[in-house]
Design a protein around this ligand. Structure first.
Ligand SMILES: [Zn+2]
Length: 77
């Protein structure tokens, strides 16, 4: 796992869409890499702010882009 992969995988990591091996590599990189930890903090904060600012139900495409899933409302697969 390299630093340039972290932004590409961030929303999948949060959305638990990554395989166990990739998740482990991602988490391991965060442990080792201060700048990617800072990136993930900012990523999560931006996501939380976006969620809080939504007054209406978000479109599916937006929920996916934010790494969120409406598992309690929809059955996946
Ligand atoms: Zn890094």
């Amino acid at each position: 796992m390299t630093c340039d992969q972290i932004p590409k995988l961030a929303s999948s990591y949060i959305g638990r869409d990554l395989s166990a091996v990739i998740r482990l590599k991602f988490a391991f990189h965060l442990v080792q890499c201060k700048s990617c930890r800072a990136y993930m903090r900012g990523f999560l904060k931006a996501r939380d702010l976006a969620v809080q600012s939504l007054q209406m139900p978000a479109p599916d495409a937006l929920m996916q882009a934010l790494g969120l899933h409406e598992d309690d409302q929809k059955v996946r697969g």
